[in-house]
Ligand binder design. Structure first.
Ligand SMILES: [Zn+2]
Length: 92
């Protein structure tokens, strides 16, 4: 019983995350995405970028998804090369 409830909560959370998670390739897209959900963006790994994003958008880094796509891109904040994507969201 408990396991079923937990599974159902988990499924809901997952579905919620899916519909509210937006790929944000630019900082503008990130700012828009965190207004009503999660932003997934490349991040260079620099704590300064994370701090600035938090300061300017009130969004904090939630996690770095384990299932990385293996690609690379530019840090959403500073534009430097980045190989990991992180999830940003505002705290409520
Ligand atoms: Zn950066």
């Amino acid at each position: 019983m408990l396991a079923e409830i937990q599974q159902s909560l988990h499924d809901k959370a997952l579905a919620f995350r899916k519909t509210n998670t937006h790929d944000a390739k630019t900082y503008d897209e990130l700012k828009k995405a965190v207004e009503n959900g999660f932003a997934v963006s490349y991040w260079c790994g620099n704590a300064d970028c994370e701090a600035k994003i938090k300061e300017e958008t009130r969004a904090t880094m939630r996690c770095i998804p384990l299932e990385q796509e293996g690609g690379s891109g530019s840090c959403v904040y500073c534009g430097r090369p980045a190989t990991a994507r992180a999830i940003f969201a505002r705290a409520y």
